[in-house]
Design a protein around this ligand. Structure first.
Ligand code: DAT
Ligand code: MG
Length: 164
């Protein structure tokens, strides 16, 4: 794993994390963008960046590089580049864990009801959403999709009712 840049260390120590969330092509095609975005928004995570885009195979390889040796890799890449996606960066304390909990288990048949995959998913190869699995990957993956000027630091007026 690449070392964390020094400027990001205070961010990690505060446990203020960033997570990269993708609404995969099935989520877009099924008209679930608003539903999925709303779940992260209502949970209390704060949006730092969002874009509607179609991934190239190069970007898919960069994003999913850790899975390159897995048998499902070619299907995974074909699926993720098959249509437009929504890429988002959400932040907050424990954002990675909170987002993974909101998304649910990788296999929709094992995902708890009330999670995105548990409520809308059927199969592992159409599991609607990606979420980073560690704070370090949250930073690395955000960097794959966003430039610094596409990430916004803004004051949310409801902040004190969400975080103590
Ligand atoms: P997650 O997306 O929950 O972080 P992962 O990182 O292990 O899961 O895998 C990335 C994606 O690859 C996952 O969302 C769906 C696909 N995938 C993982 N394991 C698979 C398997 N055994 N068969 C088919 N697809 C799989
Ligand atoms: Mg993963």
């Amino acid at each position: 794993m690449l070392p964390t840049p020094n400027c990001l260390l205070p961010f990690l120590e505060l446990k203020m994390e960033r997570t990269l969330i993708l609404i995969k092509p099935d989520g877009v095609q099924r008209g679930l963008m608003g539903e999925i975005i709303g779940r992260f928004e209502r949970r209390g995570l704060k949006l730092a960046g969002m874009k509607f885009m179609q991934m190239s195979s190069e970007k898919a390889a960069e994003h999913y590089g850790e899975h390159i040796e897995r048998p499902f890799y070619p299907d995974l890449v074909a699926y993720i580049i098959s249509g437009p996606i929504v890429a988002m960066c959400w932040e907050g304390p424990d954002a990675v864990k909170i987002a993974r909990q909101t998304i649910g288990a990788t296999k929709p048949s094992e995902a708890t009801m009330g999670t995105i995959r548990g409520d809308f998913g059927m199969q592992i190869g159409r599991n609607l959403v990606h979420g980073s699995d560690s704070p370090e990957n949250g930073i690395r993956e955000t960097d794959v999709f966003f430039t610094a000027d596409e990430l916004h630091e803004w004051h949310r007026d409801t902040e004190r009712w969400i975080l103590e």
